[in-house]
Design a protein around this ligand. Structure first.
Ligand code: SF4
Ligand code: SF4
Length: 166
């Protein structure tokens, strides 16, 4: 009797399991077709960094080195230079004349993004950067900097004329 009960219980368990399989088979597929199609990434996905510009098209990075100091992998290399009246690159006193990230070392932890006081560095969604040549994994500023739109016109701030009569 115990044997029959055992067989019936096992058969019921198999039937229950197969019913789940059957129900799932009838559901629409949600498998991503990557790499045939684009990968679906969450908004907060941490991919290759993007160096941002402000509303005037100037680079937001002011060459303060805080991101490099916060980086646990020591993979950010920066050289800073002074802005001049003739050549203004960023909104601050200085800008990053060189800004490299070595993606053979980056662990995409986001500490650099958290440390940046000007929101100059953010994570983008680019992730297909695997390479057999590690020297190609050192990304330069020019590869990460947001391009200016073709129709970009910088904001012009009107200077108020000094009031007369005082
Ligand atoms: S994400 Fe992390 S490891 Fe990568 S550059 Fe930023 S701080 Fe360094
Ligand atoms: S990205 Fe941000 S934290 Fe890093 S040097 Fe530029 S302004 Fe400073």
């Amino acid at each position: 009797m115990a044997l029959i009960t055992n067989i019936l219980n096992n058969a019921a368990a198999v039937a229950k399991g197969m019913s789940v399989t059957l129900v799932e088979m009838l559901q629409p597929t949600i498998t991503d077709a990557y790499p045939e199609g684009p990968a679906k990434l969450e908004e907060r996905y941490r991919g290759v960094h993007v160096l941002q510009r402000d509303e005037n098209g100037l680079e937001k990075c002011v060459g303060c080195f805080l991101c490099a100091a916060a980086c646990p992998s020591n993979c950010i290399y920066i050289e800073a230079a002074e802005n001049t009246e003739e050549g203004r690159i960023s909104g601050g006193e200085r800008y990053a004349s060189v800004y490299n990230i070595d993606y053979s070392r980056c662990i995409f932890c986001g500490f650099c993004v958290e440390a940046c006081p000007t929101d100059a560095i953010t994570h983008g969604h680019k992730f297909e950067i695997a390479s057999y040549n590690t020297s190609t994994l050192v990304y330069r500023k020019e590869q990460m900097l947001t391009p200016l739109p073709a129709d970009f016109k910088p904001l012009v701030v009107k200077q108020e004329a000094p009031s007369a009569g005082h």
